[in-house]
Design a protein around this ligand. Structure first.
Ligand code: CA
Length: 242
């Protein structure tokens, strides 16, 4: 199994640190929590994290000072830093970003927003770490957290249908024969009738609701996942949802 992205959380308020750590764990990350800059430095020296969440106000050396120092360090300077702070002044944000932070989250923040920002900095800095998320049109699948969403709404998908969808989403706009899908999803040593594929495709379409139309039956050939199958939005729709 692929290793989980490591997140170093430098936050001196235990309640906030714990809340962040719990949410990170539930969303496929491996968090380590430290409460001050000295412990943060020890942690970074021992194991380089994939991303750092850094509180602005820390006892002793502040988050901004720490960020500025780390940005001079060859080993640490490529690790993305997201500053966490209660400060909302524009000049403070500029100071945080000037210190070398990649992004900035103001407390109180929603955990969904924080997670989205972590994924965004990881995608920019180290796309290979977050490649567990596949997006095709409005459908998004996260293999690490076992989630499928359609336009942000979570869908319930069974285990075999999940594997099938994962494969189709990784290879969209291509026709896959039933035999090829059997090999890929069920393994080539298993003897199952090709009709089984049809059964699971039917279930998958049902689970996907309106996005089920994205899985096309190609007569005499097999199945194809395509974003093209969705009705295109009218100009007015596109404008209002943009
Ligand atoms: Ca603090």
């Amino acid at each position: 199994m692929r290793k989980l992205p490591r997140v170093l959380v430098v936050e001196d308020e235990p309640a906030i640190a714990e809340l962040i750590a719990v949410n990170l764990r539930h969303n496929g990350f491996a968090p380590t929590v430290v409460f001050d800059s000295e412990a943060a430095q020890r942690e970074v020296d021992a194991v380089l994290p994939d991303v750092i969440l850094l509180d602005w106000m820390l006892p002793g050396e502040s988050g901004v000072q720490l960020a500025r120092r780390w940005r001079q360090h060859d080993r640490i300077k490529t690790v993305p830093i997201i500053m966490l702070t209660a400060r909302t002044e524009e000049s403070d944000k500029v100071q945080g970003l000037d210190a070398g932070a990649d992004d900035y989250v103001t407390k109180p923040f929603s955990t969904q927003e924080l997670l989205a920002r972590i994924r965004a900095v990881l995608r920019r800095r180290a796309p290979e770490i977050v490649n567990d998320t596949v997006q095709v049109g409005p459908l998004s699948l996260d293999a690490a957290t076992y989630r499928v969403t359609h336009d942000g709404r979570e869908l319930k998908v069974g285990p075999t249908e999940f594997k099938l969808l994962h494969y189709l989403m990784k290879h969209p706009e291509r026709v896959h024969t039933r035999g090829a899908l059997l090999d890929r999803i069920w393994g080539d040593h298993v003897f199952i009738e090709e009709r089984t594929v049809d059964v699971h495709v039917k279930r998958l379409r049902e689970s996907l609701g309106s996005a089920g139309a994205m899985i096309e039956t190609v007569r005499g050939a097999g199945y194809r996942l395509t974003a093209q199958a969705l009705p295109t939005k009218t100009k007015t729709d596109a404008q209002t949802t943009a």
